[in-house]
Design a protein around this ligand. Structure first.
Ligand code: NAP
Length: 288
């Protein structure tokens, strides 16, 4: 029988635990979100993140910059937040407008405030087998969800579809860290169906509605659908949920799957950065 992985329920449980822990802190953790331009989806994501922060007792501020903001202006803003002792966590909402150099922006975020774990320092630590200050939220949450449901990872064939910096690449590394045998597929992968049909676990992060249908599935795999696509006003994933559900052992829905867990991980990372900063202050007096 197929188990529907309850991402929303798991996220609420994480939030509940965080709220308790944050209540006992001497002050509130503080998250700064930087958003450039007026992309409607990004505006909704930022609003949801702020509401979630409020629910668990995290203070948040949002810095809104116009679409035509220059690189230098954005980098200056990040530097102000880096130096601000009251800020624990910095998130720059992606995507950024095309004229802005995304890598230099991610490089500018102080690694000890990098709540998304996208800075080269933190990704480098992950790549080299060390523990980063923060792990990227979506892949971190997926591993937690799989463990929550006691789904074994060691020695299993995992296929990650999509090789983005924010999901696919760190996902492949985290699954490898759990001793899965990982294939990282992308738009130039040939015979994807042959690869996915041999998978025990499939993580799909592409951004194409219903890309994965029953012709990709064999042997009751676990399916994690990261995709968020808007089709005729409705949110749908990358997987044809109704078409494949009965061919899987476990599957995440969209919505109420990986989305809420990603937000819960943002809150958890903010809390962890706060604690990390408290330790640095206890030892050195301030964050510098
Ligand atoms: P992205 O940066 O656009 O990357 C998409 C990846 O998919 C690329 O690596 C691309 O390959 C690959 N791809 C495209 N077409 C393909 C095909 N036909 N077969 C196999 N691979 C293909 O996307 P992203 O930022 O990772 O996001 C992916 C999806 O996840 C989006 O729907 C996004 O909204 C969603 N998302 C959800 C959450 C959440 O919290 N649930 C978080 C982040 C993202 P190439 O590298 O060859 O171009």
């Amino acid at each position: 029988m197929t188990v529907i992985l309850d991402g929303k329920g798991f996220a609420l449980k994480i939030e509940e635990e965080l709220r308790e822990k944050i209540l006992s802190l001497p002050s509130k953790p503080k998250l700064a979100v930087v958003i450039v331009g007026d992309n409607p989806a990004s505006q909704i994501y930022v609003k949801n993140k702020q509401l979630a922060a409020k629910r668990v007792g995290i203070d948040s501020i949002t810095i809104e910059l116009p679409k035509d903001t220059s690189d230098i202006n954005l980098l200056n803003q990040i530097e102000i937040l880096n130096r601000d002792e009251t800020i624990d966590a910095i998130l720059v909402q992606l995507p950024l407008p095309d004229h802005i150099n995304k890598s230099s922006v991610l490089q500018a975020i102080s690694p000890i405030k990098d709540v998304d774990g996208f800075s080269p320092y933190n990704l480098g630590l992950l790549f080299s087998g060390s523990e980063p200050v923060s792990l990227p939220c979506t892949p971190k949450g997926i591993i937690k969800l799989l463990k929550h449901y006691n789904i074994p990872l060691e020695g299993r064939n995992a296929v990650v579809i999509g090789r983005s910096l924010i999901v696919g690449k760190p996902m492949a590394l985290l699954l490898q860290r759990e001793n899965a045998t990982v294939t990282l597929a992308h738009s130039k992968t040939q015979n994807l169906r042959d690869i996915t049909k041999k998978a025990d676990i499939i993580v799909c992060a592409v951004g194409k509605p219903h890309l994965i249908d029953s012709s990709y599935i064999s042997g009751n795999p676990v399916i994690i659908d990261v995709g968020i696509n808007r089709v005729e006003g409705k949110i749908t994933g990358d997987v044809d949920f109704d078409g494949v559900k009965d061919m899987t052992s476990y599957i995440t829905p969209v919505p109420k799957g990986i989305g809420p867990i990603t937000i819960a991980m943002l809150l958890e990372n903010t809390y962890e950065l706060y604690n990390f900063h408290q330790k640095i202050r206890a030892q050195y007096g301030d964050l510098r």
